[in-house]
Write a protein of this length. Structure first.
Length: 372
């Protein structure tokens, strides 16, 4: 799954390159990644629904204070890297003399400044800022709006993903009818079918149903060829230029739903094939930092004169390097803390373990520097 998730992240990156340069050797055609960015985001939501349903059903619901541990570990997975990227954004804005709300620029909307800080810091509600005023996009950093939708699902997941299959099917069907009803009634894609959580939640639940299918078949003897075929199907979707030209940017045309269905059906088999593959898992670990950091890299290169060197190529390389740095210097150390949270037997000890663990890491580093 890691390679496919990376292709989805690259599809999103490619869609933002025109903000940097109109001519680059890095393009949909050169990389043969033709998935539109909106479809890639919704595919991420389906895969997220699959993974979150799996970890709750197979791990957290069997642990003492499992729901609390799930919330803490999700926060530890998302926030540290995001906060580092926010700091780097603020630093880049300062060094390039670029106005930003992160540096106190309110664009004449002083009342919105604390709201922007809070929502960008916490995710929650940030996608609502431009609902009534498109100029409020100036108060949103990168793709954080989609992380807000993820966070809503994480809050609801412990209450939903363990429910009966019948209830999940009914809920998914109902949300699908609502979404398609909005499409048939010509409700605008932006913001109502892209940023409005009730219309987007269906994709997370499709991922949940995908996991339920996997739970039924995972103990059977599954031929590795099923995973290979699943990967080949998703790869063909990725490189099929004619398919995406017909689908266009419409997120609810039948071609789009064909792609979403393929992602949901193929994910169980591809996951089963690759779940123990170290390289694939490593690549998958880079997708989140690449997703949240690529627009920062694009912004930085916008202010740098690179001469004849292709800015799009530099942005791609820089985004990958940033994602590797975030993984090794932020995500990987925090993962050890997440493991400690999971192993903690007392739910009441969870609030204490976080600051203690962080302090122990700090003093260990200090001691290592003073005693070579």
């Amino acid at each position: 799954m890691g390679i496919f998730r990376m292709l989805l992240a690259i599809a999103v990156l490619i869609s933002h390159l025109p903000e940097l340069t109109q001519s680059s050797i890095v393009s949909r055609e050169s990389l043969q990644v033709f998935i539109w960015s909106g479809h890639a985001v919704f595919a991420f939501f389906i895969i997220s629904g699959f993974y979150i349903s799996m970890v709750i059903n197979e791990k957290y619901c069997h642990l003492d204070s499992g729901t609390k541990k799930f919330y803490i570990n999700r926060a530890l997975r998302l926030y540290p890297a995001h906060w580092v990227v926010l700091f780097l954004y603020a630093l880049a804005f300062y060094l390039t003399n670029t106005p930003s709300f992160l540096l106190g620029e309110s664009y004449g909307k002083d009342w919105l400044l604390p709201v922007a800080f809070l929502t960008n810091f916490s995710f929650f509600g940030v996608e609502l800022l431009p609902f009534t005023d498109q100029s409020n996009w100036a108060f949103i950093i990168g793709p954080v709006w989609s992380l807000s939708l993820e966070a809503y699902f994480y809050l609801l997941a412990p209450l939903l993903v363990t429910r009966s299959l019948k209830l999940l099917i009914l809920l998914t069907g109902g949300l699908l009818l609502i979404r398609m009803g909005m499409y048939w009634l010509d409700v605008p894609l932006l913001p109502w079918r892209y940023f409005f959580f009730p219309s987007v939640m269906v994709f997370f639940l499709i991922g949940t149903l995908s996991y339920r299918f996997y739970a039924l078949i995972k103990h059977k003897h599954l031929s590795p060829w099923l995973g290979v075929i699943a990967g080949a199907v998703l790869f063909m979707f990725t490189i099929s230029e004619s398919f995406w030209l017909k689908a266009g940017a419409g997120l609810d045309v039948w071609q789009s739903w064909g792609f979403y269905t393929a992602v949901a059906v193929c994910t169980p088999f591809l996951f089963h094939l690759t779940k123990h593959h170290r390289l694939d898992n490593f690549i998958g670990q880079l997708t989140y930092p690449l997703y949240i950091g690529h627009m920062l890299v694009i912004m930085v290169f916008h202010h740098i004169d690179t001469g004849s060197v292709d800015k799009g190529l530099l942005a791609l390389i820089g985004s990958i390097l940033l994602s590797v740095a975030l993984y090794y210097w932020v995500d990987k150390p925090v993962d050890r803390l997440r493991i400690r949270v999971t192993k903690t037997t007392s739910g009441s000890a969870l609030p204490q373990i976080l600051p203690c663990a962080l302090l122990s890491k700090f003093f260990a580093k200090v001691q290592g520097r003073t005693h070579p």
